[in-house]
Design a protein around this ligand. Structure first.
Ligand code: SAH
Length: 247
């Protein structure tokens, strides 16, 4: 089992992450892959509560030794367990779960994510070249790329440089974008069902009452009907265009 353990040992980097998170006294913070608690301890100075998820038993027992009532250590795999409610997510998390974690964050409601991510992955999400992941990331998040972080700030050193990245959920001001967002979230449904659900859900948000029958009507002759999660970039773009031309 790959645990991807690279601890941030450079204190300036840890302080910078905390600074960028602008944590208020009443805020609840979620940390993923807390390790021995290098970052956790600094987060505890700022937040009301810190939920710290860790999957490695040994590290988890270290983490539990931190004597602070504000700390709520959670043992488990961050991709599988339910998240508690939180305001901000602040993490130097395992790079191997960057993509599934970003995919998971589209379902959460939070004010800000401050994440340390590998630079090559950051390039993908900001969409230097459009990919399925960049399309989804930019549909849901405002992404701000901050400091470059050298491998020497970690122990053991990772092979690649990293960035501190800020993610904020985009508030959907536009009905058509809201439909596409809701559509992407129904990842286990077939395309037509997902579109139908999405249009009804987005309709509710924008006070447009669309009945099931109406919703079905829009997509009757739609040809693509794979599971949403298995759609490729071309198909997603086609669906986006289709939604944009609906009304
Ligand atoms: N945040 C710490 C540790 C970073 S290393 C620091 O900066 O020092 C990444 C950590 O994530 C490791 O402690 C590893 O055991 C843990 N981890 C790996 N996969 C995980 C998963 N799926 N869920 C939760 N924690 C995980």
């Amino acid at each position: 089992m790959k645990l991807d353990q690279h601890f941030v040992t450079n204190r300036k980097v840890l302080l910078r992450i905390v600074e960028l998170a602008k944590i208020k006294k009443n805020e609840v913070v979620l940390e993923i892959g807390a390790g021995k608690g290098n970052l956790t301890k600094l987060l505890l100075n700022k937040a009301k509560v810190v939920y710290a998820i860790e999957k490695d038993e040994k590290l988890f027992s270290e983490l539990k030794k931190i004597n602070n009532k504000k700390l709520k250590p959670i043992f488990g795999n961050a991709l599988k367990i339910n998240f508690p409610n939180f305001d901000k997510i602040v993490s130097n998390m395992p790079y191997s779960i960057s993509e599934p974690l970003i995919q998971r964050l589209i379902y959460e409601d939070f004010k800000l994510a401050v994440l340390l991510l590998p630079k090559n992955f950051v390039k993908i999400i900001i969409g230097e070249k459009t990919t399925k992941l960049s399309l989804i990331s930019n549909l849901f998040f405002e992404i701000k790329v901050c400091d470059d972080i050298s491998p020497v700030c970690f122990y053991p050193k990772p092979r690649v440089w990293s960035n501190i990245v800020l993610l904020k959920l985009k508030k959907c001001k536009n009905f058509k974008n809201a439909i596409f967002q809701e559509f992407i979230k129904q990842k286990d449904k077939k395309t037509k069902n997902a579109l139908r659900e999405a249009i009804i859900k987005a309709g509710k948000k924008f006070s447009r009452n669309i009945t099931k029958r109406e919703a079905r009507g829009f997509f009757e002759n739609f040809e693509i009907n794979k599971k949403v999660a298995s759609l490729n970039l071309k198909e997603l773009k086609e669906i986006k265009n289709f939604v944009n031309n609906l009304f």
